[in-house]
Design a binder for this molecule. Structure first.
Ligand SMILES: *Cc1c(COP(=O)(O)O)cnc(C)c1O
Length: 403
């Protein structure tokens, strides 16, 4: 009989979205007439279709695969085609981040790399994760039984924790703009984390999946806009939210060539080589048509086309934010993020507010408690929905919650 990795048995059951679905279906059973009236503002998935130039590029890639002369099998490097890596490096330089094409690896999305990157680090590390957080960071470290400490994100610090200089961590997860809170680090806040990492000889795993939603000038689009980050950070990015690739699957991870740490015998080990070795053994690259589609995102035409979708979501976020402004409800996000993270009114708990909103306004969101203990008393709404429904949800919130 094989022994099991019993760390898996200690993981939280994936209660959050199951629980939400259960409560909605019970409500519909009890109130069948309201079924078509329910507005779902809880999903973390996009709803607008791919940009036309992306669709064309994927088709063209597929057609090339059907012709002997242009057929592509395994990719030589498995790290992504140069045409795509060069396009991404060009994008980084457009906002002043110093990233070379050779430092970029194309992935099938940010979730895989966020979860798998822990493979190249030892199990004795102390892991620092913000609370609340995207559950992948916690789960992937619990799976190997690592020690996790949390940085509290609260109303008091605007859900952007600063490093606590009195604690030591080896691996730090940061996500900005953040899921679920929508809060984003300014240049100076992120610099504090980079300085902390350098002082602690720690590595920062920086999830920039929502970079494309940034609107404010003092919010960096990449950790590599911060001095010193090339010596301590790995950046993980995705086209899922940027360009609607949740069903197409493509992302990229940047490891600076000088990023290195010492092994126990004192040898300098380069992180890009270790990660390359891991991926070389367990990952065979992203399909050619998908990489063609991804490269189209970075063309001037592609940038224009995805901007239309991003503006649509940003306008939804503005509609929800202004409803909360009118109501005088505290929230973070909505500015540099598709997420709005609001304080449940009248001291209600996350699930209590979930039920209150479902019962009295037929609006569904995500209870903050599902993302960590500091999420209790908070609630996430997303701007990935339909415009009409977002407007209607904002009206219902105003009506229900007006004092
Ligand atoms: C959606 C999301 C991702 C992207 O995941 P993909 O695997 O690229 O679809 C990464 N990080 C966070 C925090 C997310 O919310």
């Amino acid at each position: 009989m094989p022994a099991l990795n019993e760390n898996y048995l200690k993981l939280e059951k994936n209660y959050l979205f199951i629980n939400i679905a259960k409560r909605i279906s019970k409500y519909i059973t009890d109130h069948p007439e309201s079924k078509s009236n329910i507005i779902r503002m809880g999903i973390g998935d996009v709803t607008l279709p791919l940009a036309p130039c992306v669709v064309e590029a994927v088709k063209r890639g597929a057609e090339e695969m059907g012709v002997k002369e242009t057929f592509k099998g395994y990719e030589d490097s498995g790290t992504g085609y140069d045409f795509l890596k060069n396009a991404i490096a060009g994008y980084y330089s457009s906002f002043g981040a110093d990233v070379k094409a050779s430092e970029i690896r194309i992935s099938d999305g940010a979730k895989s790399d966020c979860g798998n990157i822990v493979d190249i680090f030892g199990d004795s590390n102390t892991i620092l994760i913000t609370d609340p957080a995207y559950p992948v960071y916690v789960d992937s470290n619990l799976m190997s039984g690592r020690k996790i400490i949390y940085a509290d994100c609260t109303k008091e610090n605007g859900f952007c924790a600063a490093p606590d200089q009195s604690v030591h961590a080896d691996i730090i997860y940061l996500c900005s703009p953040n899921n679920p809170t929508g809060a984003a680090f300014t240049f100076s806040q992120l610099k504090e984390w980079v300085d902390y990492a350098l002082r602690n000889e720690a590595v920062i795993i920086y999830d920039a999946a929502y970079e494309a939603f940034i609107t404010e000038d003092d919010v960096p689009r990449s950790i590599f806009c911060i001095e010193g980050a090339r010596k301590c950070a790995i950046e993980i990015c995705s086209l899922s939210k940027t360009a609607g690739f949740t069903g197409l699957r493509c992302g990229y991870t940047v490891i600076p060539e000088e990023l290195s740490f010492r092994s126990s015998d004192g040898t300098e080990v380069f992180i890009s080589q270790l990660w390359g070795r891991r991926q070389g053994s367990k990952f065979n690259g992203v399909s050619y048509p998908v990489q063609c589609g991804a490269a189209a995102v970075f063309t001037p035409e592609g940038r224009e086309q995805i901007k239309v979708n991003l503006e649509y979501y940003k306008e939804n976020a503005r509609i929800l934010s202004s409803a909360l402004d009118e109501l005088g409800i505290f929230y973070t996000g909505g500015k540099n993020s598709p997420y709005i993270w609001l304080e449940c009114p009248d001291g209600m708990g996350s699930w209590e507010f979930f039920d209150y909103l479902l019962n009295n306004a037929n609006v569904v969101g995500t209870p903050g408690a599902g993302f960590g203990k500091n999420g209790e008393g908070f609630f996430r709404l997303t701007s990935f929905g339909d415009r009409e429904k977002t407007l209607e949800a904002a009206e219902r919130l105003k009506k229900l919650l007006a004092k």
